[in-house]
Design a protein around this ligand. Structure first.
Ligand code: ADP
Ligand code: MG
Length: 267
């Protein structure tokens, strides 16, 4: 199957003039967010901030609302109420087709690659644009060839570039999804459990990729259960419990917090 078959409508251009705040400020603020699923409060009057150019570990027990929060912040679901501020834009929701404008990119907990497409086309898909004059289904990806080579290199997918995604091992699929994220040149990167099920060697590879983004001053949010990895990568930690904010702050202080230890770490 060809990449062109997957592009049906014009994708919005990225807004390169998006305002970048100085280091240290908050890039995302949520105010009184709520989201219910069939009467269950997945997100319950949640207010929090995500610091710019830092790595935030988003932790909490299963079902505490971490993925729901990430889904709201990446436009996959609409909150019932509340406000989201990204840089200086105040919104009641984020729309998924505006992610490029917000310079936000994400991975999924369940790894959403397109099985029948080649590795290369899966990587090009998030950045592919239709060209108006080249015909409706002509896809322009020329600008991304050098980035594609870099990403294939970083993710060690070079030797697999022409394979279909369905032919890859679980670990390589996770790397492919991370590769899709790296193709996008965003400012804000969300990772939903990027390490789950990976062998130690690949865990190190993903850590290296994340530290590469940290060195470029990117804002990163990671959902992860392994406390060793969270401590190692995070500058800031947010702990959710039943859709509410249980604690936030620097890793040492948060992980010593009595409420956090009782509710989440079970000690
Ligand atoms: N699409 C959905 N439909 C129904 N309930 C959902 C849906 N998504 C999440 N939930 C519920 O919302 C709560 C929070 O889930 P989730 O955000 O996935 O938690 P976490 O990522 O912290 O494990 C859970 O009770 C979960 O069952
Ligand atoms: Mg989750």
């Amino acid at each position: 199957m060809k990449l062109t078959d997957f592009i049906k409508k014009k994708t919005p251009k990225s807004d390169s003039s998006a305002k970048v705040l100085p280091y240290g400020e908050n890039i995302i603020t949520c105010t009184h967010l709520n989201k219910q699923f069939m009467g269950i409060k997945a997100i319950d009057d949640l207010s929090l901030q995500i610091p710019q150019a830092k790595t935030t570990g988003l932790i909490g027990p299963n079902g505490s609302g971490k993925t729901t929060l990430m889904n709201i912040l990446t436009g996959l679901i609409k909150p019932d109420s509340g406000k989201i501020t990204v840089r200086d834009k105040h919104r009641t929701r984020i729309k998924s087709n505006e992610l490029r404008t917000y310079r936000i990119a994400r991975t999924f907990q369940d790894g959403r690659v397109i099985e029948q497409l080649s590795v290369e086309d899966n990587l090009l898909l998030p950045v592919a644009k239709n060209t108006l004059w080249g015909g409706f289904t002509e896809i322009k990806t020329d600008d991304y060839q050098s980035r594609l080579e870099k990403v294939l290199d970083i993710t060690s997918l070079k030797d697999h570039r022409h394979k279909r995604a369905e032919e890859l091992s679980y670990g390589l699929r996770k790397l492919l999804e991370i590769g899709r994220l790296l193709m996008q040149d965003a400012d804000i990167y969300f990772f939903d459990e990027p390490f789950t099920g990976l062998f130690p060697e690949m865990v190190e590879q993903v850590c290296d990729i994340i530290s590469g983004l940290q060195k470029q001053g990117k804002t990163i949010v990671i959902i992860e259960h392994n406390m060793g990895l969270i401590k190692r990568l995070s500058d800031y930690i947010i702990v959710l419990d039943h859709g509410t904010l249980l604690a936030e702050g620097e890793p040492d202080a948060v992980l010593k917090n009595k409420k956090v230890r009782e509710a989440y770490l079970g000690v």
